[in-house]
Design a protein around this ligand. Structure first.
Ligand SMILES: [Zn+2]
Length: 359
């Protein structure tokens, strides 16, 4: 898979350097797969199913497309880099569409030209998968990840009898999030512990002689801790999302500029990844469960607004970041996050009542 990807990147780099047009996926399919199979150094491609090989070309094209869209401003968000060569040691993945795999009644996974694989299922598939990606992580573990299209009605929860069961969500740094009534979701404790562990293995790795056997071992250790962080974070987010969706009929959250939120490297990497993933999963789970969900604009002054009198008297800007409690000239005393939650909840309700903009 890596070879085909790297050949595709090399072909496109060469075409660009020589002032030739961008080679399409169809052209690369012919040159890098069909014709390459007949050459001595690429003859092994014939022993592999062409399904994932062609998928690599499509994925590679998509990576370029995203890069071009990012350059032209068609794609919003952070700049996307030019696709690069893949190293042998990174995560390797192969995607198989319908023709390339089958699920056996005995629970095994058949993959074209690989054969039957024993699978430790993490859960039952809700429906027939349309594709599977087999991933080899840097630590040598294999994962199979299925794409399943679920009937939209499949996960609808009973509407809560208490339609007032609604919450705003104020995302923060000190606490991960604050819900209605000042209920706090703290940043998980395992994060600090894993962060220390990561520093330790990274330090050990940096002391090894590059290329030595101990260096390779230390690198696997670093990758393993990273993997632990990712799994724990993902599980933890799923739990928080499930609780919020189960307990609330209406969910309103600020559409955060997640990247700008955290300061300091360790806190930043954890928080940016966790907050982004949390919002994405919350929105999709709320939708599948038939909950009311709204994102409040990130420029909405949820912290500054006094929820009692509606004037902008609260803490603002960098100087206001440390202010946890404040008193409005109207006499109302506020906890920063609890006040923001009320404002987000009200604004979310208003947006829902207003409905989508006329087109
Ligand atoms: Zn006030």
């Amino acid at each position: 898979m890596r070879t085909v990807w790297n050949d595709a990147v090399a072909a496109r780099k060469h075409a660009h350097a020589s002032g030739l047009p961008y080679p399409t996926t169809a052209v690369l399919d012919k040159v890098l797969i069909t014709e390459a199979k007949r050459t001595k150094e690429r003859s092994w491609l014939a022993e592999v199913s062409t399904v994932p090989l062609q998928q690599v070309l499509r994925d590679c094209h998509m990576a370029y497309q995203n890069f071009f869209d990012s350059l032209s401003g068609k794609r919003r968000g952070p700049r996307i880099g030019l696709p690069g060569f893949k190293r042998r040691t990174g995560t390797q993945a192969a995607r198989f569409t319908r023709r390339g795999f089958a699920l056996r009644p005995n629970g095994r996974l058949y993959v074209a030209k690989v054969g039957e694989l024993k699978v430790a299922w993490s859960r039952k598939l809700p429906a027939d998968p349309s594709s599977v990606t087999v991933i080899r992580t840097p630590t040598g573990k294999y994962y199979a990840s299925f794409v399943v299209t679920v009937d939209d009605d499949a996960e609808v929860l009973e509407p809560l009898s208490d339609l007032e069961a609604e919450t705003g969500i104020d995302m923060g740094l000190k606490a991960f999030a604050v819900l209605r009534g000042g209920k706090v979701i703290d940043n998980p404790r395992f994060f600090k512990r894993l962060e220390r562990k990561l520093k330790k293995v990274q330090r050990a790795f940096s002391r090894k002689v590059k290329g030595s056997a101990n260096w390779a071992k230390a690198r696997v250790k670093v990758a393993r801790v990273h993997e632990q962080v990712r799994h724990k974070r993902s599980d933890w987010i799923d739990k928080q999302v499930a609780t919020i969706v189960a307990e609330n009929q209406g969910i309103y959250v600020e559409n955060l500029n997640v990247r700008g939120l955290a300061r300091g490297r360790a806190a930043k990497s954890w928080h940016d990844a966790a907050a982004g993933m949390f919002l994405t999963r919350l929105e999709s789970k709320a939708a599948r469960a038939g909950r009311t969900f709204a994102m409040v604009d990130r420029n909405f002054p949820s912290t500054q607004l006094c929820s009692a009198c509606g004037t902008l008297t609260g803490p603002k800007g960098l100087a206001g970041l440390e202010v946890r409690r404040w008193t409005c000239p109207c006499g109302a005393r506020h906890d920063r996050d609890a006040n923001a939650e009320i404002n987000i909840r009200r604004e979310g309700r208003r947006l829902v009542a207003e409905g989508p903009p006329d087109t």
